[in-house]
Each structure stands twice: as structure tokens, then as C-alpha cells.
Design a protein around this ligand. Sequence first.
Ligand code: 13P
Ligand code: SF4
Length: 302
Amino acid sequence: MNIVDDIMKLKKTRNAVILAHNYQLPEIQDIADFVGDSLGLSIQAAGTGAEVIVFCGVHFMAETAKILSPQKTVLLPDINAGCPMADMIDAGQLRAMKAQHPLAAVVCYVNTTADVKAECDLCCTSANAVSIVKDVMKQNKEIIFVPDQYLGDYVATETGCNLISWKGYCPSHARILPEDILSGKALHPSALVMAHPECTPGVRQLSDKVLSTEGMCRYVKEIEQKEFIVATEVGILYRMQLDNPDKTFYPASDKAVCPNMKLTTLEKVLWALEEMHHEITLPDETIFRAKKCIEKMLTYRS
Ligand code: 13P
Ligand code: SF4
């Protein structure tokens, strides 16, 4: 038997589901029961009937799954798969920010630790950030937005809301430069440019469409266009090409790689199921407090 057969067999024995983010390695996407963006993964984690969730993504995603399904066992195949952006703010820093703006509503990007989520009123992903902030604006004059300054900038532009933003960013998306978009356009003049809102404003402004990873996967299927320049983490190109063999996708930059997303391998998925590690655990109090802002987000969908 090969490693994939071993994983499939053990997955059945353990009554497990494998969830994978769009940036995972091709062989991980191939064995997953569901591949998607942060919002889709949260919905799957909340609704699965499986007893075990093997999360092929990064730490905050597995924490989100645990918060939504505390009775389930959530496993992260490589415990070192973190998100540098999520680690750019901790709960103490957010509490200090809240103390400076006591009347502000607090919206956090899903790319935050459970401890930070526990301090927030509402959570959002790149897919629903604009509609959530538009709604929060109706009742709040001030909104704190953490931790991604670039997603914050995009949301502020789309909503007209003057957000109080934390200065975090994604190091992988920050590697995509405006010059990359300009040279991509020069090389592929008929290609449509799609950018993730974690990209810098300079990149976003040169793009035709700003979308979450799942939004991109949906959009390229829907429209007639045949060529695309993709300004996000390069792992997404595998799925796009597989779903659209008649279309061509160019990465905006080969440097846009998230090393944490590449830590998950088939061997580590197998070991996770064999040894039931690395289990994500959180204090009940954190689950209770963080759950509110995620569940509220799920009522919006997108
Ligand atoms: P989405 O897949 O939700 O668009 O997020 C991208 C990302 O960077 C996840 O860490
Ligand atoms: Fe975090 Fe960026 Fe990697 Fe997403 S791509 S997990 S935001 S470091």
C-alpha cells in the first residue's frame, strides 16, 4: 500500500475529515475532503459530523475549528505551521488599543489567535470583511480592525469607514510588488489581474479584481477570460489549473510563498492520524469568549 492508501484507511478508522486551505501543497489538496478559503473551512469545521478534524493549514485555522467544534479532536499535522501575521498582535496589545478607544467596536480578521478573538466583537475573513464592516458601521462611529493593515486599507476604501487599524501584514503577500504586476501585464497583455486583499495597496490598485482565495477560484470559472495573473500565494494555482484546464494562470510573483503552509506533507498527515497529534486544545473560557465573534461572522456568510 502507498501512503495515500494508508491515510485513507486510517481516516475511515478514526472517523476523520481532512480540511485543506487553498495554499496547501498539491498532494495535500488531492487527499482533502474539502479545499477552500478561511470562510469555507470555518463553515466545514462547524458542520462536519466527523469526530476528528485533520487541519491542513496553519495554527489559527485549527484553533478556529476547535472553537467551533470543541467536542471534536482537531489535529494540526505540523505544530510549527503558524501565521506570522496572526502573531503580530497579542491579547494584551489589543486590550491596550481598546483602552485608548473605549467606544470602538472591535473587528478581527480570522488570521488572529484564539486569545485575540476572545477580545473581539466580530470576526471576518477576506471574503466577508467588507459586508461585515459595512454593517458594523451602522451602529458604531469607531471601529478597531486587527491585525492586517492592508486588508484594513481595502475595507476602508470600499466602505468609506476610517478604521483604526493595527499595522500587521502578511510577509508572503508583501513580497508581491507593484513592479511585478506591471511586468506581468507587459508580458501577458490580455490577462486579467486578480489580487488578494492582503496585498499592498500599490498592488491592489493595479489589479482588475480584489478577491479572497475562494472568490478567485469561483470567478475564474465563471468568466470567459482565458488568462489570469494571480496576486496571492502561489499554492492556489494548482487548483485553478486543475479546475480550468483550458485557461492559463500566471503567478504575479514566484516569491509569494507561505513557508508555513508548505510544512504539511503526506507523511505528517499520516503520522497525525496514527499518533493523534498535534492536538489543538484551548481553555473553555477562551473557547466561550472567542466563539461569539466567529459565530456572529457565520451569520453573514459572505
Ligand atoms: P483566504 O483563503 O480566506 O482568502 O485567506 C488567505 C490567507 O492568507 C489565509 O491565511
Ligand atoms: Fe499567514 Fe500570510 Fe501565510 Fe496566510 S499566507 S497563513 S496570512 S503568512
